[in-house]
Design a protein around this ligand. Structure first.
Ligand code: DHK
Length: 157
């Protein structure tokens, strides 16, 4: 959890069923628990000088509220899980975030059922990192930090 100003905080928001990581279809999502992923993200972001706000909910409206509360953060990583493919409310919330937003997935949705091929939230995201299991989160943290410190040189898109 963050103890300093939000400008040095990255929010990592997780949607439904991700609390079951470790036992949920491990052949797709891996064997690491969400607590394992949080610990890895805290350690990695700390090594880069950022605090982390790591949250999970199974409830769509709570995820929308978490996005609203993250609007003052330096960057937002979001694995919206099933809501990725359905939630206009989440898209609307993410469109209010000025900071970089990175869409994250453990699996590669494009390799899976057609229903997962469309991301409703993608228009609000700077980019997407998917298919690398728990490593997706670390790669997304690095991408977010590079966007925040300007080293990517990308300001639009
Ligand atoms: C997680 C889920 O729960 C699915 O609904 C998405 C995503 C994919 C993931 O790979 O992290 O389709």
């Amino acid at each position: 959890m963050s103890t300093s100003s939000d400008s040095k905080t990255i929010a990592v928001l997780n949607g439904p069923n991700l609390n079951l990581l470790g036992t949920r279809q491990p052949e797709i999502y891996g064997r690491q628990t969400l607590a394992d992923i949080e610990a890895m993200c805290v350690k990695h972001s700390k090594s880069k000088g950022f605090d982390l706000r790591f949250q999970q909910t199974n409830i769509e409206g709570e995820l929308v509220s978490m996005v609203q509360e993250a609007r003052t953060c330096a960057a937002v990583l979001i694995n919206a899980a099933g809501y990725t493919h359905t939630s206009v409310a989440l898209l609307d919330a993410l469109l209010t975030v000025d900071a970089p937003v990175i869409e994250v997935h453990l699996s590669s949705p494009h390799k899976r059922e057609a229903i997962r091929h469309r991301s409703v939230i993608a228009p609000a995201c700077t980019g997407v990192i998917a298919g690398f299991g728990a490593l997706s989160y670390r790669l997304a943290l690095d991408a977010a930090i590079a966007l925040v410190d300007g080293s990517l040189g990308i300001t639009e898109g």
